[in-house]
Design a protein around this ligand. Structure first.
Ligand code: FES
Length: 87
């Protein structure tokens, strides 16, 4: 598992292995707009301020994925213990 931190409030939310970032945020009362929930549409695109996303989507280009400053939280995860999100 890993944690995400909301830049606006400083809240830290744990993302369990069997749960997506969107699901963990939703359970904590933070809603992110989604549509496909499969990493295809880009609706849930979220800016990453700190940490290293583990990209699992088919939406971002390889260059965008390598830049690491945005990710698709409906399917992507984290390589670092903490991701700070622009939420
Ligand atoms: Fe479609 Fe996340 S909801 S990419």
């Amino acid at each position: 598992s890993f944690e995400v931190k909301l830049a606006s409030s400083g809240r830290v939310i744990r993302v369990a292995a069997d749960c997506t970032v969107v699901q963990a945020l939703s359970a904590a009362g933070v809603s992110v707009a989604t549509s496909c929930e499969q990493g295809v549409c880009g609706t849930c695109l979220t800016r990453v301020i700190e940490g290293e996303p583990d990209h699992r989507d088919m939406y971002l280009t390889p260059e965008e994925q390598a830049a690491g400053d945005q990710f698709l939280p409906c399917c992507s995860r984290s390589k670092s213990a903490l991701l700070v999100l622009d939420l």
